[in-house]
Design a protein around this ligand. Sequence first.
Ligand code: MN
Length: 764
Amino acid sequence: MYRKYFDLQQQIKEIKRYLPGFDEEKFRQAFEFAEEAHRGQLRKDGETPYIVHPLNVVAILAGLHADEDVLIAALLHDVPEDTKYDIADVKQMFGEEIAFLVDGITKLSKVHYQHNMPERDVESLKKLFLHSSKDPRIILIKLADRLHNMRTLKHISNDEKRLRIAGETLEIYVPIANLLGIQELKSELEDLSFQYLFAPEYETLKKKVETDKEKHRKLFSEFSRDLQRALKTANIEAQFEERKQNLYTIYKKISAQGRVIDDVEDRIAIRVVVSTVPECYQVLGIIHNKYIPKIDKFKDYIANPKPNGYQSLHTTVFGPEGVLTEIQIRTKEMDLEAEYGIAAHFFLDEKEKIGSDRRSSWVNKIVEWEQEGEGFLEDLKLDIFHDRIVTFTPKGENVDLPAGATVIDFAYAIHTEVGEKAFKAEVNDVLVPISTTLKTGDVVTVLTSDDVHPDLSWLSFAKTNNAKNKIRAYFKRVSQAEKIREGRKILQKEFDIAGLGMIENLNFKKLKTQILLRSGKSFKTFVDLLTAIGEGSLRGVEVVKIMKKPQKKGIKIRVKVLAKNRFGLLKDISKVFYEHASDMTYVKAWASHLNEDAFFELKVVVNDLESVGKIFDELAQIDDVRYVYRVSDRGIILTYSLSILTGMLWIFHPFLIHYIAVKESILPDSFWYNIAINFGLLILLSMVLFVTNVMKKYFPLTRNKKTLWLIAFAVPAVALITLFAELFYFNLKMSWLAVLIEVSIVYLFLGISFVNFKRDMKGI
Ligand code: MN
């Protein structure tokens, strides 16, 4: 029975005290309905009847002097989501206005989002804000709902879920409460979140505040007694109140200053409420006359109200016994405002005033976001909320990071070694690349591998200085040879991305001058350049930028992705392009029937070379992706036309020989005859070499394939066999020495290239 948990009679009495026209009958009817709807349901503690939750939400709202519709909507707020009744039933029984309030906080259907619950949360939040923009009272009900859920959060047994809810509260609902200026509610939500998100810090701080309680009480009465006496002579009537300290605010203050909890200065907080604004300044004068003010601690929020409308005078003085005493001085109206915030206007003033209240402008902002559609939550957080996030290890230890931090920041924050060996992560049980941006409440498991070493490309997505410095430190540490190898790898990657071919083929002399002219850096040798890139003092992309002419708007690229096929792969790939705002103009996907291979070919327009690099990095990090490379149209055309030309020559040249040498019987043993045969062979062989080089240049994937080398060695052999067949068939004669020399040249060249290739593969 709910009576054991909630005194409804007493609650109604309290409501009637501030709401004279309260329709008790209607309220009771709503209660009966909700009670019946939730009957049999229990709260998470396994014993409290569910109806106790809506009743407590009512109590919180009654504390804000909420109106009747809001109180009734609060009673019904979980009915459509969790019971057999829906919003239509609510509408039928309690009318449109209450139904609209209830609908605003009702989450979207579970059925519709059963495969994507996070999306359901975001969409539900959008709905909440959209409805709130039409009736801001909805957000108040939601805040009260959240407050009661936070008060009973300890009953949620799933650690991860508890942390997620606490994180969400701190990140979304606390700022909203702050924005609406509902201080009390904000502070309680904040401290409750703090309690779960930073449990050890919370406990220590709480203990400290508790031990000082008695002493503070004594100091407070001493201060108010002294001040009361002084105010009496000035004929000012004032109320004094010792303020409860907001633990999270203290924590934020000390952690921002890099101090520990034990260093927290002893201080008390007092509020003085007077009747008029001039009295506020008079009181301030009296206080400053009696006690020494702490310099820089005086703030006049009466003349300059906070963006959320908050008004008060703030000062800190060395109070009785020299203890720091924070004082807020304000009028009764200001006090009411600070306590009820926007609610003060909703419920205490006539409703017309809401529109002109500056605090409701955030609601309009939400409508704009909604229209833009994408990145709703991100914008919401960025625009008005904190710039820090709290993430968790699987053990529930919190890791505090700046907003925008990625998995690699998390990994380095845990331990340098974890950072250096990180190759992927599980965020809330989903496998993601280390470049993934984290958000508050994420539970992150970093997967490490001994085969992984820091990569300079990590610098492009590391956000914390800690991670950046450690990545750089790693590269300072590694040997010269490793730097050169790394530099070669990076530069080649940038070359491939820019479609510039093999770095071996670049004209270093020309580049050297260009680099000197453009960046003032001078490099004696190519190895020096590679070393600089390898240790991170020069970025590969800068070299490419210097080499490439400045691009017009938008770079069109064609990208091929080779991967192990799986469900959702194309979605992951397109997401990368989507996030870099690149326009996708063409997508082709192909999956092998023989093995699990899948190929994707995409044409996109990218803003700049740096984005191209980021896209390549992120694509390569997608799970199951094996290789990403840029396809050059010029390379494709060149390769195909050269191959076709070579094939044609090959096929038709015996006919030519037949025609010239046999049919026309032109000088079978003449000098020109020999030249023709040898020259033809040479052209064929060199074209084979040319095609393999073009392929290496434009198709990075073929570079480390043995097949390419097999073809390169086999094709001249086939050419030789063809030659011998022709000699035999047409009964031709030629200089064997010349043939020997030609063949040696080709194979010598191939051999040298192959040795170079092997050496590159192994590093230097
Ligand atoms: Mn609820």
